[in-house]
Design a protein around this ligand. Structure first.
Ligand SMILES: [Zn+2]
Length: 389
């Protein structure tokens, strides 16, 4: 009697284990942590949370108990003292410039560019330099939590190869500029190469190829228009510096009787998928133009402070519903690292001190800029997906 009872209960336990196993969905890995920060529409922070992953997709997020009940995986990463959060998005940088770190500090942007950086690039930048400079930058980004970045530099096909090797995601802008560059001697040659680059990475899971006219003051108007046409032809982004310094702003007003934003709008350059860096001196009318075009913006507090470019009206821009992410800018003169944690800290403090309001840009909003808002700013597809939430 006792024996048969034991057999019966053993069978019952075995059957219930089988039932649990068959009810569980197979995934590739389960990650658990003390806190899971979702950045979903409800901004859930789940204590003792877990994430189920299959292939390159997050299948489910919930409490560890719920995920363990619903899923089984051959690989587990359990970190009971850790925070599991979305990867950080660096919306503006020039990765390979990490090899120029410390070359020229404490200078005005125009002086820094014209006297130091452009000559140093002409002398040193080749495919090898870009490969190793980018590799160094990617190691630094990955170690500080960045998984996606927007780049503007030369030899972007090499940047793409290195980015794929590192397993990061990149919106990679091939630079087009109105003087002989390290990779192509004319903007027309850059455009031809950019088109090939766009064809090469048309449907890559990690790389979004882009055209990157440097700025309104370094690229002739007819070339700016060709850049826009190329980006639209391939439905890829145009990446550009915009209204970074007072000098840029005042020169545009003097020469064109328009702000840089209004001038680009008049040329049709903003009519399409665009990621614009800085927007420090934009007016209310400019912000309305940027919102109308759905332009994504990159705020670079370290760079803006170091070069004394000014303070971007971030709180106002976000209030207008524009997607503005955070960026480190290049690691030479305009910043000295790729640390997005520092950018979050500085972005919040810069808005507080410039508006006189300690409630301006609270931590949650700064973290959103570094993650979900940055993703929307850099990639329109993300923006559309996010809007469906
Ligand atoms: Zn830049």
């Amino acid at each position: 009697m006792r024996l048969s009872y034991r057999i019966c209960s053993a069978v019952a336990i075995f059957v219930s284990v089988l039932a649990t196993a068959s009810a569980q969905t197979a995934v590739d890995s389960i990650w658990s942590a003390r806190y899971v920060v979702t950045m979903d529409s409800a901004r859930r922070v789940i204590e003792n949370g877990a994430v189920a992953v299959a292939g390159d997709h997050i299948v489910d997020v919930g409490t560890r108990a719920a995920i363990d009940k619903a899923y089984r995986a051959p690989r587990r990463v359990d970190r009971p003292e850790a925070i599991l959060a979305p990867g950080l998005i660096n919306t503006h940088t020039h990765a390979a410039m990490s090899l120029f770190r410390g070359v020229a500090d404490d200078l005005k942007l125009q002086q820094w560019l014209q006297k130091f950086i452009f000559p140093a690039e002409a002398k040193n930048v080749n495919r090898d330099f870009v490969e190793w400079g980018t590799r160094l930058a990617l190691a630094e980004m990955a170690l500080s939590g960045t998984t996606t970045y927007t780049d503007m530099y030369y030899f972007e096909d090499t940047v793409a190869q290195v980015t794929k090797q590192a397993g990061l995601r990149g919106v990679l802008g091939q630079t087009v500029i109105g003087f002989p560059a390290p990779d192509y001697k004319t903007p027309q040659a850059s455009l031809v190469a950019t088109e090939k680059f766009m064809q090469m990475y048309a449907n890559d899971p990690l790389i979004v190829p882009a055209v990157a006219p440097h700025a309104i003051y370094t690229v002739p108007d007819d070339i700016l228009k060709l850049c826009r046409a190329l980006a639209n032809r391939y439905q890829k982004p145009l990446v550009i510096h915009l209204d970074e310094t007072k000098t840029e702003h005042d020169e545009a007003l003097a020469k064109r009787k328009k702000t840089p934003t209004a001038a680009l709008d008049a040329l049709g350059v903003l009519s399409g998928w665009t990621v614009a860096a800085h927007a420090v001196w934009v007016t209310d009318a400019d912000i309305a133009i940027l919102r109308m075009h759905g332009t994504g913006l990159a705020h670079n507090p370290s760079s803006n402070m170091k070069l004394a470019s000014g303070v971007a009206p971030v709180v106002k821009i976000l209030r207008f519903g524009i997607s503005m992410g955070l960026g480190t800018d290049g690691v030479a003169g305009s910043n000295n690292d790729h640390d997005m944690m520092e950018e979050m800290d500085l972005a919040a403090k810069l808005q507080k001190v410039s508006t006189g309001d300690p409630e301006a840009l609270p931590a949650e909003q700064a973290f959103a800029m570094a993650t979900i808002t940055g993703a929307r700013a850099a990639a329109r597809q993300h923006h559309r997906l996010a809007r469906k939430e």
